[in-house]
Design a protein around this ligand. Structure first.
Ligand code: NAD
Length: 357
């Protein structure tokens, strides 16, 4: 493919591997951004991309994000991600999943897969039939759906953001606007409601909304109204790139803290939030609960240990926001600095590969 090395150089990847299986129709790309801290762990996304370039761009962007997420979470893991070019609703077959499992196995442990958009816990179980390098399944010590831990981490990060914004740590009476009440958004709504927060929600699926209205008494607004809700915290839990030149001027919140990956459309949007005095809890730092949850399988899953580790998202967000204040830099830059320092230190002390192949 033309231009692969140009893209790889731009993002700094170690390896991009293309896999094809004629019988099942599998077309997959596995991106290993970094193995400096350990084997590259990251989910597999199944998506009907418009073209190969779009799939490549996505795997490059997502795998690099995983390097930073693991580094900031203090995990001894690198960053990787896989994309399968197929429609998860109409084209996914057990044969395709098994072919993907064989592809992961062929990576020899440099890449460990998990679920992402278009993949389920039971798909991981199928994949695990063909590779030992898959986490997040339900069988053989699998940790299952990571979204509860992701939500718990976001909840902790919100409390830290409230504290550093001098609003007080308590969520009692705080008004939180949640964009997307799917897996993570629903569990987040549950934690917030139990803590006494008032919820305003938007989703494009009425079924999702009904549940949070009935269970937590949430107020519903139309999807395009969620940005302008007068609230303490705006929690993006649906799509990426939703903090941009069109949405930021609408925001009436004091804090942005949610689970969605890649929330900033561009770097400039992070600077814009900062100059407007809106505190942004960097996405990959606040949404690491799911990664911590699946990574725990590698050393034998223990719920209490995972809960304790995910609680530390509070400290991570607190220290990033403190640094942002002290050094007068936007929080997303402060988070990048934490990750890059850890990577640079690990690289310096590297005398041999961080894991045995
Ligand atoms: P999900 O698909 O279960 O939920 C997303 C919800 O957003 C759905 O209910 C969908 O209808 C809704 N939505 C889509 N477009 C919308 C729009 N324009 N306006 C309002 N709502 C909209 O996904 P999830 O697992 O809950 O993940 C949510 C986000 O968090 C994603 O960006 C994901 O990448 C990220 N994330 C998830 C995890 C995890 O553990 N699941 C971990 C880290 C990051």
């Amino acid at each position: 493919m033309m231009g692969v090395f140009h893209d790889v150089e731009t993002y700094g990847h170690e390896q991009i591997s293309f896999f094809h299986d004629k019988e099942s129709g599998l077309k997959a790309i596995i991106g290993v951004h970094s193995t400096v801290l350990g084997p590259a762990l990251g989910g597999c996304r199944m998506w009907k991309y418009t073209d190969e370039q779009a799939a490549l761009r996505d795997v490059l962007r997502l795998s690099r994000g995983m390097t930073y997420k693991a580094a900031v979470a203090g995990l001894n893991l690198g960053g990787g991600k896989a994309v399968v070019m197929a429609d998860a609703r109409t084209e996914k077959t057990p044969e395709m999943l098994k072919a993907f499992g064989r592809a992961v196995e062929a990576m020899g442990g440099r890449y460990i897969t998990a679920e992402d958009v278009g993949m389920s816990v039971s798909d991981i179980d199928t994949i695990r039939g063909c590779t030992k390098h898959a986490v997040g399944g339900s069988n053989e010590g699998g940790s299952g759906d990571p979204s509860v831990m992701t939500a718990f981490g976001v909840f902790q990060g919100m409390k830290a953001a409230l504290k550093t914004s001098a609003l007080g740590e308590s969520l009692e009476g705080a008004r939180v606007a949640i964009q997307g009440v799917g897996n993570v958004g629903y569990h987040l709504a549950s934690y917030l409601s139990a803590a006494g927060a008032k919820l305003v929600v938007a989703d494009i699926y009425p079924n999702q909304l009904e549940k949070v209205v009935q269970e937590f008494g949430a107020e519903v607004v139309a999807p395009d109204q969620i940005y302008s809700v007068d609230c303490d915290i705006f929690a993006p839990c649906a799509l990426g790139a939703i903090l941009n030149a069109r949405t930021i001027p609408q925001l009436k919140c004091k804090i942005v803290a949610g689970s969605a990956n890649n929330q900033l459309e561009t770097e400039a949007d992070g600077f814009d939030l900062f100059s407007r005095g809106i505190v942004y809890a960097p996405d990959y730092a606040i949404n690491s609960g799911g990664l911590i949850n699946v990574a725990a399988e590698l050393e034998g899953y223990n719920y209490e240990r995972v809960l304790a580790k995910v609680s530390k998202v509070y400290d991570t967000i607190e220290s990033i926001l403190e640094r942002s204040k002290v050094e007068n830099m936007p929080p997303h830059k402060a988070a990048d600095a934490v990750a890059e320092l850890r990577l640079a230190q690990a690289k310096k002390s590297m005398v041999e590969p961080a894991f045995a192949v």
